[in-house]
Design a protein around this ligand. Structure first.
Ligand code: ADP
Length: 257
């Protein structure tokens, strides 16, 4: 809704329609901003009670006030609190990334090196699942980015690719220059994305019906996209050659001085 309509010299009726549309678009934008702020405040406010609940459950096990089945229940409470806390923190990270460049610690880095790091990080998970994970880059691929945030975005793409690809499949992560920009591609041999899900996979909390028996909270792609946008880039997705999907994270290249 940041779009505004401009139509010059079309007569009074069109002028007033355009004015009404622009006022409406302005209001929708304000409401969306307020909703995001409310979400953010709720997320912040949930952290303290959650930390307290977790602390009480953990203490009950540690000091022996619950044992046996009670200790198991308390252990589950701790685990669920950790899951919720991760979700809340990811929501706050998304809002922070959506706030744009202000929240980024930018430095020049090599995208190929970042790919190698993320592939290393997931080597064990991929091996345990029986998925062949490889990383590749044609040499130095320079980008100006917030290392921690970009690594998290890429990690979410690789995590998904491994998660949704059945044993015996492949995940290839490639960094390369791309028409004046730079790109990282994460290609898998998994089930691909159903056409009806495509418009929604980057929405917060969206999970397709067939992914419900995999762990997840529907926030990974939202965060990855918010990080890409904050860097002036984008993420697109399409079918991979040989089946599966390929997620493409494109960023502005570092210009030669
Ligand atoms: P989560 O993985 O926690 O469900 P995401 O936001 O990371 O949430 O992804 C949203 C949805 O997009 C997933 O539920 C899944 O349906 C789909 N998806 C993402 N990556 C892939 C992939 N590599 N292959 C197939 N489907 C995917």
């Amino acid at each position: 809704f940041s779009e505004r309509v401009e139509v010059a010299g079309q007569g009074r009726e069109i002028d007033s329609l355009v004015a009404a549309f622009n006022t409406m678009a302005g209001r929708v934008e304000t409401v969306l901003t307020e909703m995001r702020q409310v979400n953010d405040n709720i997320a912040h406010d949930l952290r303290s009670p959650l930390t307290r609940i977790r602390g009480l459950a953990e203490a009950a096990v540690v000091n022996g006030s619950v044992t046996g089945e009670g200790a198991e229940v308390a252990g589950s409470i701790v685990e669920e609190c950790d899951r919720l806390m991760l979700m809340i923190n990811t929501m706050l990270d998304i809002t922070e990334a959506e706030a744009g460049l202000g929240g980024l610690k930018l430095a020049e880095l090599d995208l190929g090196e970042l790919v190698a790091q993320v592939v290393d990080l997931f080597a064990g998970v991929a091996e345990d699942k029986g998925v062949a994970l490889t990383g590749d880059s044609p040499g130095r691929v320079a980008v100006r980015a917030d290392r921690r945030k970009l690594q998290r975005a890429l990690a979410n793409l690789v995590d998904n690719a491994i998660k949704y690809t059945p044993a015996g499949g492949r995940v290839c992560v490639t960094a390369r220059p791309a028409a004046g920009r730079v790109a990282v591609e994460v290609a898998d041999t998994g089930p691909g994305i159903a056409a009806e899900d495509l418009p929604r996979i980057f929405d917060r909390f969206f999970r397709s019906d067939r992914s419900r028996h995999f762990p997840g909270n529907g926030l990974g792609l939202s965060l990855a996209q918010a990080v890409a946008h904050a860097h002036g880039g984008d993420i697109t997705v399409g079918p991979a050659t040989g089946g599966g999907s390929v997620f493409r994270l494109v960023l502005p290249a570092v210009r030669a001085a």
